[in-house]
Each structure stands twice: as structure tokens, then as C-alpha cells.
Design a protein around this ligand. Structure first.
Ligand code: ATP
Length: 328
């Protein structure tokens, strides 16, 4: 790139939307402009990058969005980008648009995509963890997780009213097919009786454990939070098992689904997104590349893509003990 040419930073959101993505877009845009860069918004994630759906963003374009869920840049999943041909087209867009660095906000798949692009072409990529699942290694929280957690807790509080009034067992299914952060922590926060999470799925029959702890001996209703699981059927599967194996109990299922994703971001997510957005521009100015900007012990950290994607983020097993002890 010639020195006289304006340097552009590209920004896109990819994978599932998460509350706080807009706050991150705002932070990246404003921080980039503050530091003398131009910013180009890429619409519909990698699909839009391949198709060339790009528009320059001004500070005004990101006004009034810090409080909005979803993503003004829209998001998508892109089959084409998983192929070398697709990534070649994506790279051509970057060259044509004079974008010398790309900031990707998304989950582990999106960061894997950024890593693949950076390996094949000389593109500086920086990732921001944007997913409600909180499953990215190297960051204590991801943008959108806190908001989703609060939404789930509000829903479970409402379900509790019905569960206690009717003397029922409720299986409430939440998102997080590979990570139980949402299920485990929402169970603790809502005073649920148990959580069935993927981290424990292979070790033990979690339903049996819950039953052997004596559910309903001291309580007249129970709420069990279940991480979704396309493999074994999630909450439906466990409700069906109770009906068959422990007849006599009245069982209901509530699948929270997409309402977990949307809504105004929590203050925590807005602050996190703002800090990480500013951190992304700082990372670029420091010459970092192929890193995710995360938060650890309340400090902004850089985590190499390879680590953020490959390593499973461990769930603190003491959370399981906390829930078990408090649900007697
Ligand atoms: P969420 O956590 O919300 O599911 P995510 O970023 O993990 O978000 P994915 O659908 O896994 O969501 O990934 C988003 C997009 O990233 C995919 O549609 C694909 O275009 C790209 N992608 C994922 N994995 C790879 C990969 N290994 N190589 C290239 N591109 C990838």
C-alpha cells in the first residue's frame, strides 16, 4: 500500500448474533477514527466479504447503537468461506477496498475463518469474542454472554412461579451445545435444582444424579436447566426419561430458543465490548496479528487464534459443587 493512501480497517460480524456486537462495532469504529484510520463495514459476515458488500463507516453511523442488540452489520454463516476459492474472493475484496487489517467479531468458527484467511494471505486479522456461549479459551467472558445469562435468569424466575404453583418438574433448555457456562451459571443464579451440561455428559448420568440427590423430597417443584444437545435431544430427552423411568411426576419442558440472543445488552457487555473494541485498535497499532482480544482478570489480553480456537475453555468444576450444595 502506498504511504499516501488512507489505511482502512475492515470490520465484520459473523456466526450467531450476540448482544453487544453493536457496542463493539461502535468502539472499533470510533477508536480507529480517533487514531487516524478509516473504517469499512463489511455486511453479512464472510458472505458479504466474498460478495463485496462493503461501506465506509463514519462516527455518526455508529451513533445510538450501543444500546441495541443484534448487529447493524448483519451476520451470516458462509459455506463458501470455508473453501480456498471463497477465501480468495474475500481477499480480493480486501485488496479492492484498500483494507489492510480485518477485525472479526464472532465465535470460534468465525475466528477459525480469520485464522485460515491470515494463513493464506498477508492480511492482518484481529478477533473479538462475540458469542453468547462464552466458550472461547483465553477470555473470561465473551461479548453477549452476560446479557444472555440475565435473560435466561429472568425467564426461569417466571417459570418458577408456574412450577411451584402446579407442583411440577420443569426442564428448561438453554443454548450452549458444547459449553455449559449458560446452563450452570443460570442454574446457580436462578436457584434451580440442577444443571445438565455437556462438560459432565460423558462422566455420569446427570439425571440419575439429580434424582438420587433426592429431588422433591424437601421441595414440591424442581427446575433443571439443560444445555441444548442436538445429539441426545436435550430437555425433551430428559423429560421423556422421567416420564418413563419415574412415572408419577408431572413434567414440563420449556425451550428458551432464540429469545436468549436478543435484547438490549447489559451494562457489563457494553463495557466489555467497548474495552475490547479499543483493545483491537491498540493491538493493531502495536503490530499484533492473528490474535483474539480478550479479558482476563479484568485486564485486556491478546490470545493467539490457535489457542483461542483449539483449547477447550474449562468450566470451573467448583460451580457444580456450589449448585449441588445450594439446591438441597
Ligand atoms: P457461534 O458461537 O455463535 O456459533 P461461530 O463464529 O462459532 O459463532 P460458526 O457458524 O461456527 O459460528 O462460524 C461462522 C462462519 O465462520 C462459518 O459460517 C464459516 O464461514 C466460517 N468458518 C468456520 N470455521 C471455519 C474454518 N475452519 N475455516 C474457514 N472458515 C470457517
Amino acid at each position: 500500500m502506498e504511504t499516501t493512501e488512507k489505511k482502512y480497517i475492515g470490520i465484520l460480524t459473523s456466526g450467531g448474533d450476540a448482544s453487544g456486537m453493536n457496542a463493539a462495532i461502535r468502539a472499533v469504529t470510533r477508536s480507529a477514527i480517533y487514531n487516524g484510520f478509516g473504517v469499512k463495514g463489511i455486511y453479512r459476515g464472510y458472505e458479504g466479504l466474498i460478495a463485496g458488500e462493503v461501506r465506509e463507516l463514519t462516527t455518526q453511523d455508529v451513533s445510538g447503537i450501543i444500546c441495541r442488540g443484534g448487529t447493524i452489520l448483519k451476520t451470516a454463516r458462509s459455506e463458501a468461506f470455508t473453501t480456498p476459492e471463497g477465501r480468495k474472493k474475500a481477499y480480493e475484496t480486501l485488496v479492492r477496498e484498500h483494507i489492510s487489517a480485518l477485525i472479526v467479531i464472532g465465535g470460534d468458527g468465525s475466528l477459525a475463518g480469520a485464522r485460515a484467511l491470515a494463513e493464506e494471505y498477508d492480511v492482518v486479522c484481529i478477533g473479538l469474542p462475540g458469542t453468547i456461549d462464552n466458550d472461547l479459551y483465553g477470555t473470561d467472558s465473551t461479548i453477549g454472554y452476560d446479557t444472555a445469562l440475565n435473560t435466561i435468569v429472568q425467564c426461569v424466575d417466571k417459570i418458577r412461579d408456574t412450577a411451584t404453583s402446579h407442583d411440577r418438574i420443569f426442564f428448561v433448555e438453554v443454548m450452549g451445545r458444547d459449553a455449559g457456562f449458560l446452563a450452570q451459571n443460570s442454574a446457580i443464579a436462578s436457584g434451580a435444582e440442577a444443571a445438565i451440561i455437556p462438560e459432565d455428559r460423558t462422566d455420569a448420568d446427570q439425571l440419575e444424579q439429580f434424582i438420587s440427590r433426592g429431588f422433591r423430597k424437601t421441595k414440591n417443584s424442581s427446575i433443571v436447566i439443560v444445555s441444548e444437545s442436538p445429539k441426545d435431544g436435550g430437555a425433551m430427552h430428559y423429560a421423556e426419561r422421567v416420564r418413563k423411568e419415574y412415572p408419577g411426576y408431572e413434567v414440563r419442558v420449556s425451550i428458551l430458543g432464540h429469545l436468549q440472543r436478543g435484547g438490549a445488552p447489559s451494562a457489563y457487555d457494553r463495557i466489555l465490548a467497548s474495552r475490547l473494541g479499543v483493545g483491537a485498535i491498540e493491538a493493531l497499532m502495536e503490530g499484533q496479528r492473528n490474535v483474539m482480544v480478550g479479558i482476563h482478570n479484568d485486564e485486556v489480553v491478546y490470545v493467539p487464534f490457535v489457542q483461542a480456537i483449539k483449547d477447550d475453555k474449562p468450566l470451573d468444576k467448583s460451580l457444580i459443587r456450589v449448585l449441588n450444595e445450594l439446591s438441597i
